[in-house]
Design a protein around this ligand. Structure first.
Ligand code: MGP
Length: 239
């Protein structure tokens, strides 16, 4: 078995698991269906990773609704790989790029992608996403998916989460930096995000799709789909 590097964990029993993260131990198979195949995590990854059923649903929604001429997708904050793996497994993209600046977290992502059989379908980029993104400038075939840090778990304490105060990158920084590269941008944001703040970025006369993603009828997060995503077509195809 591959040796687990320092700072990376493959927790196999509840008594090894950090006390303050206990709730995630009980959710481990909701987060990773293949958790017991040797998934690697960092402590921080537990509250940031997108649970597998949600990552798959988002990947399916993007695949169905993105303009057909878009063939490349970039996961700007790949973390331990939950979304990049789901995007690669969707089979919709000629290329999936995954950017992650923390080397240990990137190691986890590559290892986890191997478990899901898609490590070779993902182009891994180590570094800061705002810098790494510049290599895609001028390309017209990209979509960006971004699941940024939300400044910890305290977002849930507010009735309505103020996206202008999100740390370390607020909505304006994310929107402006990423839409320079691609008009089609999907942002994964807190479930209680201020929708009026998101609506300010919608061009006059256009609509923007926001979808809540739920587990057991409880919203876990929402995605805002900026740009020319066409959910009408997706719904017609489902009928
Ligand atoms: P949660 O904050 O642990 O709330 O994560 P949950 O599970 O609803 O539990 P409760 O008891 O607090 O109600 C909800 C989801 O939000 C997680 O599955 C992650 O997908 C996502 N998430 C949480 N955080 C703190 C972040 C973050 O910082 N960045 C991103 N991208 N996603 C996050």
């Amino acid at each position: 078995m591959e040796e687990v590097p320092d700072g990376i964990h493959q927790w196999l029993s509840v008594d090894q698991f950090p006390g303050h993260l206990q709730k995630y131990w009980f959710q481990r198979f909701k987060i990773w269906d293949k958790y017991d195949k040797g998934i690697w995590m960092t402590e921080d990854a537990w509250f940031g990773v997108t649970p597998e059923p949600i990552a798959n649903k988002i990947a399916a929604h993007i695949a169905e609704s993105a303009p057909k001429e878009k063939t490349v997708i970039i996961d700007a904050f790949a973390g331990v790989g939950g979304n990049a793996i789901a995007l690669a497994r969707s089979g919709r993209w000629e290329r999936v790029f995954a950017i992650e600046k923390d080397p240990k977290t990137l190691k986890c992502a590559k290892h986890n992608a191997e478990i899901y059989g898609v490590a070779n379908k993902i182009f891994w980029l180590a570094g800061d996403c705002f810098e790494a993104m510049s290599r895609f400038a001028g390309q017209k075939n990209t979509v960006i998916f971004a699941s940024p840090p939300w400044g910890g778990t305290s977002y849930g304490e507010d009735d309505v989460f103020d996206l202008t105060k999100m740390e370390p990158y607020n909505l304006d920084k994310l929107y402006k930096s990423f839409t320079k590269i691609s008009k089609e941008l999907v942002l994964y944001l807190p479930r209680n995000s201020d929708l009026n703040q998101i609506a300010k970025y919608v061009p006059e006369g256009q609509k923007l799709e926001v979808a809540h993603y739920t587990i057991m009828a409880a919203s876990k997060a929402l995605c805002a789909y900026f740009g020319d995503f066409n959910f009408d077509v997706a719904e017609e195809e489902e009928e």
